[in-house]
Design a protein around this ligand. Structure first.
Ligand SMILES: NC(=O)c1ccc[n+]([C@@H]2O[C@H](COP(=O)([O-])OP(=O)(O)OC[C@H]3O[C@@H](n4cnc5c(N)ncnc54)[C@H](OP(=O)(O)O)[C@@H]3O)[C@@H](O)[C@H]2O)c1
Length: 372
């Protein structure tokens, strides 16, 4: 089932606030590139193809790759269709750039083969994120880290929940030094892939038709429920921190180059089709007012501030879905931290776009324009 469309309230909110959305200039490679997308039949792979088309990424050739199961299937590429091929050793001959959106096991096997064939991999799985020889990049936050891509010819794109949080933390960190972060996430089912989207839709239908809902992708019912366990089926380690929570802690430290940063996380799956929301509390080294924080957020290339408490304006997951910007609101003092050094805010973003496919394409644009 495709992610349902939205109602257009974001435009109304932006108009009420008089917020202008500035499109960022797109960096383009100096020559058309030979590109492959592995996992082209999944939710992130399809979004990657859509974004390459939308942003007119210069392509010499484009291949849609997936498992043997999908050999011969067709996936949309703008108004055209691509025929899906199963990944094979010869798939990467002559390919400059490969987007991996097929899970960690697939990246682990094939990304080193891409490097041997002379290409560069942009990997959306967690397989290489904490490898010291692999840059973990959100281009507008730590684009300089791309310089290290040549060591393994692999660049990792962070976990979806991490990306939107570091986009907002980065300007605060530069200005006032983030010392501690406490975050609770409200993560959409599309974060669990097409199986997650299908399961919410199916369970809602079942419940309205008085049928027992089947549980498959998640470990308990997701319809009309919230599940504080991501990934749903991985064992929770002895320290009680789930895999998703561990990723947010480690990746935030790596991206912000702050190994001692104190990060506390609870990750929660909610019955929302698309876009992750996060309640973030930060402790800063220096005081920072909510007004100054809003101005810092508004100056960031990929953040939009929707924050007018008097008029009840704040961003929601529905607003963020299908958008390229990460939305920030509910910016306020966190009085549990003394001396005006505490801030709280709400940040929402499309996990399939900013959280995965768009960040990967932005990496490709920066890499091709500045490094390849
Ligand atoms: N969903 C998100 O919000 C999100 C955000 C950030 C990162 N990611 C990461 O992005 C990746 C893809 O996630 P998704 O949500 O798009 O999952 P998905 O919808 O379940 O899609 C999985 C894709 O992987 C392909 N695949 C599976 N096994 C394969 C194999 N052995 N060889 C080649 N292709 C294979 C599938 O192809 P078939 O159709 O042939 O099975 C399908 O195209 C994962 O690493 C995930 O962690 C996802």
């Amino acid at each position: 089932m495709p992610v349902p469309s939205k109602s257009g309230t974001l435009d109304q909110k932006l108009e009420t606030l008089g917020v202008q959305v500035k499109d960022q200039p797109t960096k383009h490679p100096k020559r058309p590139m030979h590109v492959a997308v592995v996992g082209a039949t999944g939710v992130v792979g399809r979004e990657t193809l859509a974004i390459l088309k939308e942003r007119a990424f210069p392509l010499a050739t484009i291949k849609a790759l997936a498992s043997e199961r999908s050999q011969g299937e067709r996936v949309a590429f703008g108004d055209d269709e691509l025929v899906v091929e199963a990944v094979r050793p010869e798939s990467f001959a002559g390919v400059d750039l490969v987007f991996f959106a097929a899970g960690g096991g697939v990246s682990k096997v094939w990304a080193p083969r891409v490097a041997e064939a002379g290409g560069v991999s942009i990997d959306k799985s967690s397989s290489f994120r904490m490898d010291p020889d692999v840059p973990l990049v959100v281009p507008e936050v730590n684009g300089h880290a791309l310089a290290g891509f040549a060591k393994k010819r692999i660049i990792a794109t962070p976990n979806c929940s991490t990306i939107q949080m570091v986009q907002a933390l980065a300007p605060l960190h530069r200005k006032a030094g983030v010392q501690r972060v406490v975050v609770c996430t409200y993560q959409a089912v599309s974060g669990a892939g097409r199986g997650g989207v299908d399961e919410l839709e199916r369970q809602v239908r079942d419940l309205f038709n008085l049928r027992e809902p089947k549980i498959d992708t998640f470990d308990q019912r997701i319809a009309f429920n919230v599940l504080p366990r991501i990934p749903a089926k991985d064992p929770i380690p002895a320290d009680g921190t789930t895999g998703e929570e561990r990723k947010m802690i480690d990746e935030t430290r790596k991206i912000l180059e702050a190994p001692a940063l104190r990060v506390g996380v609870t990750c929660v799956r909610v019955p929302v089709f698309n876009s992750h929301s996060e309640a973030v509390h930060v402790e800063l080294a220096a005081p920072l007012s909510p007004e100054d924080a809003r101005a810092l957020f508004a100056a960031e290339p990929n953040l939009l501030v929707i924050d007018d408490p008097a008029r009840g304006l704040y961003p929601t997951a529905e607003d963020a879905s299908g958008e390229d910007k990460t939305l920030v609101g509910r910016v306020r003092v966190d009085a549990s931290v003394p001396d005006g050094r505490g801030l709280a805010f709400w940040v929402v973003s499309d996990n399939l776009r900013t959280g995965a496919a768009l960040n990967a394409v932005r990496i490709a644009e920066a890499l091709c324009a500045d490094w390849l």
